[in-house]
Design a binder for this molecule. Sequence first.
Ligand code: AP5
Ligand code: MG
Length: 216
Amino acid sequence: MNIILLGPPGAGKGTQASRLVAERGMVQLSTGDMLRAAVKARTSVGLEAKAVMDAGGLVSDAIVSALIGERLDDPAALGGAIFDGYPRTQPQAEALDLLLAERGQQLDGVIELCVDEDALVERIVGRFTCAACGEGYHETFKRPRVEGTCDVCGSHEFKRRPDDNEETVRTRMAEYRAKTAPILPYYEARGLVARVDGMADIGDVGEAIDAVLDGS
Ligand code: AP5
Ligand code: MG
């Protein structure tokens, strides 16, 4: 099953995708994570993407679709992928259809996380991740069970994203409204979109997503 998690910055795409990986063995394909890895490794893609990401803009369609294509060639992705943060523009949506068709696959659904943008700033500004394994946390909504210790790997090192400040978040949201939300009708026309209340508790959002995936 190949599904897209669609929603603005802070909607909970990464949180829900990592749960689906843990509970259903699906593969998470996050272009944001791929780009951050490229920035860290100082590859040519990373060097080109860094300034755009730090400013809250969108990296070029060609770069992100190439990253997704490479990851779809990994046999692990054949069992089902969760697209997290991709596609984000109409050309990316069309590229994904082509990439899947070339591999004898198709898109099975799009889950839109419906959220209140004002609450998202609080979510993003309070977000941090484990520096060792990448598990995501929040100062208020998802603290580690033992203070200062990652629930998953036990590391004591945490980090924050450079684009997680209020000004950049507002730009990222404007990009979502202008370029990403308009791709929804492309999928609605094919009957693929299910809407989930992304303002509910993390566990309730997960249950609503499970209900969509299980067709109940
Ligand atoms: P990307 O990494 O995709 O960032 P984003 O879309 O801005 O989304 P976030 O990762 O900020 O939010 P999320 O929805 O994953 O929320 P999370 O689960 O962490 O992209 C970053 C940049 O890379 C872009 O700006 C762009 O420059 C570039 N880029 C990436 N893909 C691209 C593409 N396809 N094309 C072009 N450029 C691209 O949750 C947020 C916080 O809230 C967490 O702390 C979490 O614990 C908490 N939380 C989650 N759910 C809930 C809940 N239900 N209740 C309370 N708290 C919650
Ligand atoms: Mg994310």
